[in-house]
Ligand binder design. Structure first.
Ligand code: NAD
Length: 292
């Protein structure tokens, strides 16, 4: 069997086209605006932010980039975020991670208004996700995974899922989202024993560990859905995920490529979240992905 590719590039394009279409019909003086905060000159962060800004402009969102040097003080950053929180023309705020070590990231993420928290990382919004209350925005990568599964009409309810990696931005929130969609989820991490055994029992595997080749074909249940979140640069310069794509695709039912799988879905969700926050700030009711 060769797995069907879950094409994040194509799916995200459709979602972005729909957002662009919606934006083109909006009868407003000021378009929804995304403000991105970038600290330092981390080359990967530079690329990610530039891509986000470019797509925002392409689909008709307003966007602005707020750059700070590596040496910026925490106080200065907090003050700037408070300005953005109070700026009625800014609807969504993104803080590009990672922040320099001298900055306490949790404090920064807590400073962003939960109503403008486009990444869904504010403790209040993650708390809502835990409680099963629709937050203004859901974390983009896990929300993008759910969108991709839905786009391919892959059932989640009643399925067994294994999530590998327990970060606050991917592993934990996707565990909660799959749970809210009535999957039975095992959350694995670097100290999990018998990882292969757990993964082998899963109908849906989400790999988000940042370890190339971690998920091998022997650990995949035939026909399983394999979502590869990992982005790893090999010494050869090649970009790969956490899944051994070539062997796993011969055993899985569905698989995401890297690049072209989860990455583009993440960016599409960021744009959708911006519009969602804008609408929420205009008093429109929220409905979304959590319990679809
Ligand atoms: P992280 O880097 O903060 O943490 C890694 C997690 O993986 C930890 O919970 C750790 O316990 C677990 N882990 C590490 N080695 C393991 C092993 N051998 N077995 C089992 N678990 C192991 O996690 P993150 O920030 O979620 O990033 C994970 C990967 O996903 C990275 O490659 C990152 O670049 C990528 N990522 C991609 C996107 C996207 O849009 N495609 C978004 C976010 C992160």
């Amino acid at each position: 069997m060769t797995a069907q590719i879950l094409d994040g590039k194509e799916t995200s394009k459709k979602l972005l086209d729909a957002v662009a279409e919606e934006l083109s019909t909006l009868q407003v003086v000021n378009r929804p605006k995304l403000a991105a905060v970038l600290v330092g000159e981390n080359p990967a962060s530079e690329i990610y932010v530039a891509r986000k800004m470019k797509i925002a402009e392409q689909i008709g969102l307003d966007s602005e980039l707020h750059r700070f040097p590596e040496t910026v003080s925490q106080h200065e950053l907090v003050e700037h975020l408070e300005l953005l929180n109070n700026d009625t023309l800014v609807n969504a705020i993104l803080v590009q991670l990672p922040l320099p070590k001298a900055i306490h990231s949790e404090t920064i993420l807590e400073t962003v208004s939960p109503q403008k928290d486009v990444d869904g990382f504010h403790p209040m919004n993650l708390g809502k996700l835990l409680l099963g209350i629709e937050p203004p925005a859901l974390p983009c990568t896990p929300a993008g995974i759910i969108q991709l599964l839905d786009a391919y009409k892959i059932p989640i309810e009643g399925k067994r899922a294994a999530v590998v990696g327990r970060s606050n931005i991917v592993g934990k929130p996707i565990t909660l989202m799959l749970t809210h969609r009535n999957a039975t989820v095992t959350l694995c991490h670097s100290l999990t024993q018998n990882l292969d055994e757990i993964v082998l029992s899963a109908d849906i595997v989400v790999a988000a560990a940042g370890q190339p080749g971690l998920i091998r074909a022997e650990a995949i249940k035939p026909g399983a859905v394999v979502i590869d979140v990992g982005i790893n640069r090999l010494p050869t310069g090649k970009l790969v995920g956490d899944v051994d794509f070539e062997s796993v695709k011969e055993r899985a039912g569905y698989i995401t490529p890297v690049p072209g799988g989860v990455g583009p879905m993440t960016i599409a969700m960021l744009m959708m979240n911006t519009v969602r926050l804008f609408k929420n700030q205009q008093g429109q009711s929220l409905h979304g992905l959590l319990f679809v």
